[in-house]
Ligand binder design. Structure first.
Ligand code: DGT
Ligand code: CA
Ligand code: CA
Ligand code: ZN
Length: 564
C-alpha cells in the first residue's frame, strides 16, 4: 500500500470521527499523521517490514496510530475505522463539503433520515423535509440546495495557493515550468500543466512518492494524480526548439490561442505547439521562445495573466498594454487581524513579519463587535487600541503601524461602531459579514449607504465570494463603484486565496468607472502575509498598474493620502 493511500484512509477516519462528534484532539492526531505520512520520502510499508525501525520515528505519527498502521497496510482497515464505518457510511463524507452542514448537521441528518449521499440530501431539501427537525428550516434547505449545485460545478477544481505549492515542488523536482491556468493566475485550477526539456522528467515524475493513479503515459507525456487531494498533473517533455511554442500553446487560454492562430493565418503563418511556420514553404520562423512568436506576429509579448482574449491582442498590436503591477511594487499591507479578534498573533508579531517582507507600513484591522464570535472590538476597545498603536509607533521599529478596523456593515448599511470612535482610527475597512442573502436592491442600498460614510476608507472583500464554497452576493456593482469613485472610497482586492475578491472582470470594470484599489492579505497569521503574491497576480489579471493601487505608495505619500 502506497503512503498516499494510507494517508487517505486516515483522513477518512478523522472525518468520520468528526461526524461522530469525537474528541477533537484525537481527530487532529489522525490528520497530523496523515499529513506526515503523505509527504514522507520512504514507503511506510517498507519501514513497517523492517524490524530495526519504527514508524513512531516519523514526526507527527503518535504511538496509538503507529500501532494501527501494520493492520491498515495488511488488510486496508483497522478497528477504529471499522467502528466508525459501522456507524456512518463513507458517502456521508461528501456532505461535509456543503456549506451550512457541519459534522453535527451531517450526524443529525443521518440519524433521522439515513441520508448519506448528496442526491438523497438534495431530494430531502426539495421535499422540505429538513423543516421537521429542530433548528433546521426553509432557509437552511435553500442554502444546502445552492451549496450542492455550487459544489457540483466546482468539484475537481483547486485553490490557486494549493496548486501553486504543488507546482513549485514538482517543477523543482523535475526541472520544469508551469503553463496552463496556473501560469495565468486563475483563482482556481483544474489541472497542472508542466513543461520541461528534460528527457528524464517523465520517468522521474512517475516515480515521485506522491504521484499515483497514472491516467496516461508515453515517451514525452504523462498524466497522473498528485497527493491526497488528487490534483491532476500533465507533464510534457518538448524539444528545446519548440519550447516557446509549447509554453505559449499550453499556457492558453484556449480563446487567446484561437485568436492568435487566426492572426497568424491572416499573416501567412500557421501556429501550433511546435512552432510558428510560414505557410508557403513550411519553414519554421519562431518557436524557441514566446517572445519571438509574439514579435513575429507583430505584437509585444503578452503577460500570461492577460491571455484571456479580452482585448489584449489589440492592445499588444497598438503597443498599449498596461504596465502591470508587480509584487515588488507593494509597500504595505492594509488588512490583517491579531489576537484582539480572531487572528493568531500579536500586533508586534504581525509588524515584525511585515517588516521582514520589506514593507514600510501596515494597518491592523481587527473585527468590530457585530462579529461577536470573533471577539470583535466595541467603541471602548477601539479607542484603547488606537492609543496602543500610537504608543507602539513612538519607538522606531523599522515599520509604521496604522490603527485600523474591519468594521461590519450592518444590515441597514450603517457602520457597526459610532463614528466618533471610528474617527480615532487611521484606517477603516468596511465589510459585509452577515445578511448576505438580501435582495439585490436592498443590498445595493445598504452598500451605497456604507460607501457614503465619511469614515470609510475602503470596501473590504467586495463581492463576499468564498471560492469553491460561497457565491458572491448580488447587488448593482456599477452603481456602488460609481459612488465609491466619486467619494474616494477604495475597493479592496482581498489577496486571501479563498477570496481573491475583487476578481479580474470587476477590477477592470471598477477601474473603468474611476475606482482605485488596495491589495491586502486579510492575514490572520504572520505567514498569511505572503499571500500578497496571489493578490498581485489577480490585479494583473484585472489590468491594474502600480498607480491604481494605493499601497504601492511609499510611507510619506500614503500618509499624505490619509490626510486628504
Ligand atoms: P484548467 O486546467 O481547467 O484550470 O484550465 P487550463 O487553461 O489550464 O486548461 P487545460 O489544462 O485544459 O489546457 C491547458 C492549455 O492548453 C489551455 O489553456 C489551452 C491549451 N488547450 C487545451 N486544449 C485545447 C484545445 O482543445 N484547443 C486549443 N486551442 N487549446 C487547447
Ligand atoms: Ca490546466
Ligand atoms: Ca491540462
Ligand atoms: Zn472580512
Amino acid at each position: 500500500m502506497e503512503n498516499i493511500e494510507i494517508a487517505r484512509l486516515l483522513i477518512e477516519t478523522a472525518d468520520l470521527m468528526e461526524i461522530g462528534g469525537e474528541d477533537s484532539f484525537r481527530i487532529r492526531s489522525y490528520r497530523n499523521a496523515a499529513g506526515a505520512i503523505e509527504s514522507y520520502p520512504e514507503r511506510i510499508e517498507d519501514i513497517l517490514k523492517d524490524p530495526n525501525r519504527s514508524v513512531t520515528d516519523i514526526q507527527g505519527v503518535g504511538k496509538s496510530i503507529a500501532g494501527s498502521l501494520k493492520e491498515l497496510v495488511e488488510r486496508g482497515s483497522f478497528p477504529r475505522r471499522d467502528e466508525m464505518l459501522e456507524k456512518y457510511p463513507p458517502t456521508a463524507l461528501e456532505m461535509l463539503r456543503i456549506p451550512g452542514l457541519g459534522p453535527k448537521g451531517v450526524r443529525t441528518l443521518w440519524e433521522h433520515f439515513r441520508v448519506s449521499t448528496l442526491q438523497d440530501l438534495e431530494r430531502l431539501c426539495q421535499e422540505q423535509k429538513l423543516q421537521e427537525l429542530p433548528r433546521m428550516g426553509a432557509k437552511l434547505e435553500e442554502k444546502i440546495l445552492k451549496g450542492i449545485s455550487h459544489y457540483r460545478q466546482s468539484a475537481g477544481r483547486f485553490l490557486l495557493n494549493y496548486a501553486s505549492t504543488v507546482s513549485e515542488q514538482l517543477c523543482e523536482y523535475l526541472g520544469a515550468v508551469p503553463a496552463g491556468s496556473l501560469r495565468r493566475g486563475r483563482e482556481t485550477v483544474g489541472d497542472l500543466d508542466l513543461l520541461t526539456t528534460n528527457e528524464q522528467a517523465i520517468g522521474k515524475f512517475l516515480k515521485h512518492p506522491q504521484v499515483h493513479d497514472v491516467l496516461g503515459q508515453g515517451e514525452t507525456k504523462a498524466s497522473a494524480r498528485f497527493g491526497i487531494e488528487g490534483l491532476q498533473v500533465d507533464v510534457r517533455c518538448v524539444p528545446e526548439d519548440s519550447f516557446g511554442a509549447a509554453l505559449q500553446y499550453f499556457t492558453g487560454s484556449k480563446d487567446h490561442g484561437v485568436a492568435l492562430r487566426q492572426r497568424a493565418l491572416k499573416m501567412g503563418y500557421s501556429l501550433n505547439e511546435y512552432g510558428l511556420f510560414r505557410v508557403k514553404d513550411d519553414e519554421r520562423v519562431a518557436g524557441k521562445t514566446e517572445e519571438e512568436i509574439y514579435t513575429t506576429l507583430g505584437l509585444v509579448w503578452i503577460p500570461p495573466e492577460l491571455r484571456e482574449n479580452q482585448g489584449e491582442i489589440e492592445a499588444a498590436e497598438k503597443g498599449r498594454l498596461p504596465e502591470l503591477i508587480e509584487l515588488s511594487d507593494i509597500r504595505g499591507d492594509l488588512h490583517m487581524h491579531t489576537r484582539e479578534s480572531d487572528g493568531r498573533a500579536t500586533l508586534e508579531e504581525m509588524a515584525e513579519a511585515a517588516r521582514a517582507l520589506g514593507y514600510e507600513y501596515i494597518a491592523i484591522t481587527d473585527h468590530s463587535k457585530a462579529l461577536a464570535m470573533a471577539n470583535g472590538l466595541d467603541e471602548k476597545r477601539v479607542v484603547e487600541f488606537a492609543a496602543q498603536v500610537r504608543e507602539f509607533n513612538k519607538e522606531d521599529r523599522g515599520i509604521r503601524v496604522f490603527s485600523g478596523l474591519e468594521c461590519d456593515i450592518l444590515r441597514d448599511g450603517r457602520m457597526d461602531l459610532a463614528e466618533d470612535a471610528l474617527a480615532e482610527l487611521d484606517w477603516v475597512v468596511a465589510s459585509v459579514h452577515g445578511y448576505m442573502n438580501l435582495e439585490p436592491q436592498e443590498m445595493t442600498d445598504r452598500l451605497m449607504r456604507a460607501v457614503e460614510s465619511p469614515v470609510v476608507k475602503v470596501f473590504g472583500h467586495p463581492t463576499g465570494r468564498v471560492l469553491l464554497h460561497r457565491e458572491p452576493y448580488h447587488y448593482d456593482f456599477d452603481a456602488v463603484a460609481k459612488e465609491a469613485a466619486k467619494r474616494g472610497v477604495l475597493f479592496e482586492l482581498n489577496a486571501s486565496p479563498e477570496r481573491l475578491d475583487l476578481h479580474a472582470t470587476l477590477l477592470k470594470r471598477a477601474k473603468a468607472l474611476g475606482c482605485r484599489f488596495t491589495i491586502s492579505t486579510d492575514a490572520h497569521h504572520p505567514r498569511h502575509l505572503s499571500n500578497m503574491k496571489y493578490g498581485v497576480q489577480m490585479a494583473r489579471r484585472g489590468w491594474l498598474t502600480k498607480d491604481d493601487v494605493l499601497n504601492t505608495r511609499g510611507l510619506r505619500a500614503f500618509t499624505a493620502e490619509l490626510r486628504k
